[in-house]
Design a protein around this ligand. Structure first.
Ligand code: OFO
Length: 169
């Protein structure tokens, strides 16, 4: 049985995924005007697209279960960042927040004995493990790189490969 409480929690998740897409889109737009980081820019654009896909998956699920998926209003994300490192720190923080919210949905599904939703949410649980791990890997690399421009060049060269490995789609 698909309860109102479950529906509301999933609609909140729709908003969070949509907001995530906006947050990463803003990072992509900022990165695009920084010199020499074309692949990091592509990474953010792709991440933004993936979040939109996560949102759509939720919308279809809610409607298929006989609920009504609400397309939410969004907040203005941060538009600029002091450095690439700061942008990736924000990305990791944001993913951790998303994971908490997914966990909250899983808690509700279990408490309501809504096993269909619980099963559906397992895809998001797995996705969050991958996304957090990927964000941590990139943050660790940036920590090592420090102010070394050569290191940043190499990260930009390799980032799409790193993210293909970590891409849970
Ligand atoms: Fe990266 O958050 Fe979606 O699920």
């Amino acid at each position: 049985m698909f309860s109102k409480k479950m529906q509301d929690a999933l609609n909140e998740q729709v908003k969070i995924e949509a907001q995530s897409s906006q947050v990463y889109l803003a990072m992509a737009s900022w990165a695009e005007i920084q010199p020499g980081i074309d692949n990091i820019t592509a990474f953010f654009y792709r991440h933004s697209d993936e979040e939109r896909m996560h949102m759509l998956k939720l919308i279809h699920f809610i409607n298929e279960r006989g609920g009504f998926a609400v397309v939410p209003p969004l907040e203005q994300p941060h538009l600029t960042f002091p450095s690439i490192k700061h942008a990736f720190q924000e990305l990791l923080k944001h993913e951790m927040y998303v994971s908490e919210s997914i966990n909250n949905c899983v808690d509700i599904a279990l408490s309501e004995k809504d096993y269909a939703t619980h099963n559906f949410l397992q895809w998001y649980v797995a996705e969050q493990i991958e996304e957090e791990a990927l964000a941590r890997t990139i943050n660790d690399k940036l920590e090592l790189i420090g102010d070394d421009k050569g290191g940043l060049y190499l990260l930009d060269r390799d980032i799409l490969q790193v993210s293909v490995v970590g891409n849970g789609q």
